[in-house]
Ligand binder design. Structure first.
Ligand code: ADP
Ligand code: MG
Length: 703
């Protein structure tokens, strides 16, 4: 890659941007595209043909040989099937590349191998992909050559969503429609839509490829299943924001370049808390584009790492004993005439609108805490949530001292008349002074924190798609806005009605506010007293999707049908069972073929030594003690191994997928722990030369 990098020149080089469309499309076609992009609807086939040709010409000029409908099935990652731009050659053998509007707009991947949770069986065997015109097409440059990627939604013939994108787009429409009703009430009649914006902060680990390849647990499960702690962990706090090592710096440089070319606004980079852990945050953008871009970020991280002789681990908990990785999902909603509904604002009118929005969000989060929790559930995240490195599994809102004080005043007196830390406030009379952003962001233990002009949902797992969390956020807030608008639109005296509604919602839902230390044990007890749900695992969270409350929410706003929800619940159980099954089998394999044989070898070496020392008339008592200890732990390992084999076989034979998932969680996982414990103890004793797999020290400190 080039030595000098000019960000302005390379940014979005591989994206078929609006600007490029403007240049390459006839005026009318461009106008139609822009109209559909901004306000929905369908492109005429005539225009689709024109766009397809322009897009193909641009792609081919830039080296593309194939195109693909790029989609996001329920696996949580992206899928693509490449089609070359080739057609029948003419009589003379000349090839004229083709790409029609129909091919641009709609694809029919053979989708029978994607998870569907029974949806396709009930409805239609095949799925189709449909162009999401609001997310730009781009060229992916990889070893395959350049591929034109068209972001799409993936549905069944009857329109059931088979992906994560479709419900997200539906939720964005829902929150836009309901938020518009709210801003209209406050006199904003110019806004034509409200856009959900998202900025995800992506954490990841890097590891030397040579060690990665010696660890089947990392290769199959993405995390270490064995491993004693290194003498040094993160206790010195010397990694966080530390100087970036040369090799990692070179990786980051290439990563940024690749991302900028893809139009991803990679902005900040730094070392994270654990050794070899890092973070990248882009500038926020429209939710669906942020979701697409986060997928590209994760994929590009993995690809670029390989070029640098490393691997990128996105798992939420690659190593026991040090912090794992998450993804802070920053979320806000803004009108198309530039008003951020989460910005307290500087006029009395904006202040009251902000307080109403805040009251609605309190109501939404309190009412649907279970759904929000579920949206951050994935197999890896079970290791983090509630484990003193990530927010607890209990959903609460952090407002910061200043704002909490305002809320308390509103609840107690129906009016906020003073403002902590100097400022003066009188809603409806004076204005809410700028909230001190520092004051709002001190608490890092809250799962859902107000940070000045956005909420930061901090529970999301590092490997997870952010489509789910944002779908839920949009949906629950849309519902609260809708209820508020229903009431306020009918009110005779708007000012009194809005005032009363803010007070009512804040009073009813104040239990969701918590500004204290979310890691403290007290909070668990306190939250229970308040009646807040504490859902500890992914499998326990799954059924929140199909409660009456959830089904009615999602059906009311056309985000998920009941069948779609049921299919998703089933896929969660399946995914969980399959993942733990892979982990268990990997442990069985490593214990049986690598660790136990190595320890056996070590006991033989010890026994030989003991005999030799004794024969020479020396004192072999230390070696004898050592042999006893090692043999005892070896026996424990062998016993646990046999038990794991049996338990895993039992789990695999189970037919009810929900019961099976719970069995993996409650039984298989605990036997996995039983196997790991003596193995990790043995690692601390056995000769390093004999130990068959790289140690935590090598994995984390030799990057
Ligand atoms: P940190 O949480 O590490 O202190 P910041 O809060 O400054 O970092 O920013 C984190 C992310 O929040 C970035 O991706 C940023 O673009 C995004 N962000 C900032 N403002 C908004 C907003 N109004 N809506 C959504 N995301 C935002
Ligand atoms: Mg953050």
């Amino acid at each position: 890659m080039s030595g000098v990098m000019n960000v302005e020149e390379i940014f979005a080089k591989n994206v078929f941007t609006l600007g490029k469309m403007k240049e390459r499309l006839p005026k009318d076609a461009f106008k139609e595209v822009k109209q559909v992009m901004d306000h929905g609807g369908e492109l005429s086939m005539e225009t689709a043909n024109v766009v397809a040709k322009a897009m193909k010409d641009w792609a081919v000029e830039n080296g593309a040989t194939h195109y693909t409908h790029w989609f996001q099935p329920l696996t949580g990652i992206t899928a693509e099937k490449h089609d070359a731009f080739v057609a029948h050659p003419d009589e003379m053998g000349k090839m004229i590349t083709e790409f029609s509007g129909k091919e641009l707009i709609k694809g029919e991947p053979d989708a029978s191998s994607f998870p569907s949770g029974g949806l396709r069986a009930t409805f239609e065997a095949r799925g189709y992909t449909a162009w999401d015109i609001t997310s730009p097409a781009f060229l992916k440059e990889a070893a395959t050559g350049a591929i034109l990627c068209i972001p799409t939604a993936f549905c069944s013939y009857t329109g059931e969503a088979l992906d994560k994108k479709t419900p997200l787009l539906r939720s964005m429409e829902a929150v836009s429609k309901q938020a518009l009703r709210i801003v209209k009430l406050f006199g904003n009649t110019e806004a034509t839509k409200v856009v959900a914006s998202v900025g995800p902060e992506q954490e990841y680990f890097l590891i030397d490829e040579k060690y990665y390849k010696q660890r089947t647990d990392l290769m199959f499960a993405g995390r270490t299943l064995f491993g004693a702690p290194a003498p040094k962990g993160q206790e010195m706090e010397d990694h966080y924001f530390g100087v970036i090592r040369e090799r990692v710096g070179a990786f980051m440089k290439d990563l940024n370049e690749e991302l900028w070319k893809l139009g991803v606004t990679a902005k900040t980079q730094h070392n994270e808390v654990a050794p070899a852990q890092h973070e990248l945050a882009p500038i926020y953008e429209t939710a669906n584009i942020a979701v697409d871009h986060n997928q590209l970020v994760m994929e590009t991280m993995k690809r670029v790492a390989v070029h640098h002789g490393m691997r990128c681990l996105l798992h939420e908990k690659p190593y026991a004993g040090v912090n794992g990785s998450g993804k802070h999902n920053n979320w806000s909603i803004t009108t198309d005439n530039g008003v951020n509904l989460l910005d307290p604002g500087d006029t009395p009118n904006e202040n009251i609108q902000f307080l109403l929005v805040l009251a609605c969000i309190m109501k939404a989060v309190d009412t649907h805490a279970d759904l929000l929790r579920q949206s951050a559930a994935d197999v890896g995240n079970d290791h983090r949530l509630g484990a003193n490195e990530a927010p607890p599994a209990i959903i609460s809102i952090f407002l910061g001292e200043q704002l909490e004080d305002v809320v308390t005043q509103l609840i107690e007196t129906g009016n906020a008349t003073s403002f902590k830390e100097g400022g003066k406030l009188e809603t409806g009379v004076s204005t809410l002074p700028d909230l001190d952003k520092d004051a709002t962001d001190r608490n890092r233990t809250s799962p859902f924190a107000f940070t000045g002009n956005k909420f930061e949902f901090r529970m999301v797992g590092s490997a997870d798609s952010i489509a789910g969390p944002n779908t839920i956020l949009n949906a629950i807030v849309a519902e609260a806005f809708c209820e508020a608008a229903d009431k306020l639109e009918k009110a005779k005296d708007f000012n009194t009605a809005v005032h009363d509604l803010i007070k009512e919602y804040m009073t009813k839902h104040q239990r969701i506010i918590f500004n204290g230390n979310g890691y403290a044990d007290d909070w668990v007890t306190e939250a229970e007293k308040r009646g807040l749900p504490n859902i500890k695992s992914m499998v326990e969270a799954a059924s929140t999707l199909t409660t009456k409350k959830a089904v009615s929410l999602f059906e009311q706003f056309g985000i998920y049908t009941k069948a779609e929800l049921e299919s998703r619940e089933e896929i969660i159980y399946e995914t969980y069972a399959k993942t733990i099954n892979i982990e268990a089998l990997t442990m069985i394999d490593m214990a049986g073929k690598q660790i136990i044989p190595a320890v056996v070898k070590y006991t033989k070496a010890l026994a030989d030594t003991i005999n030799a020392v004794k024969a020479a008339g020396g004192d072999a008592s230390v070696q004898t003690e050592l042999l006893k200890t090692v043999s005892k732990k070896l026996a424990a390992m062998q016993k646990a191994l046999v038990k794991l084999e049996k338990t895993e076989a039992k789990a695999r034979a189970m037919e009810d997928v929900k019961k099976q998932a719970f069995f993996y969680k409650d039984s298989v996982k605990s036997v996995m722990d039983e196997l790991r414990e003596p193995a990790d103890e043995l690692e601390m004793i056995v000769d390093k030369e004999i130990w068959p797999i790289p140690t935590y020290g090598e994995l984390m400190f030799e990057v």
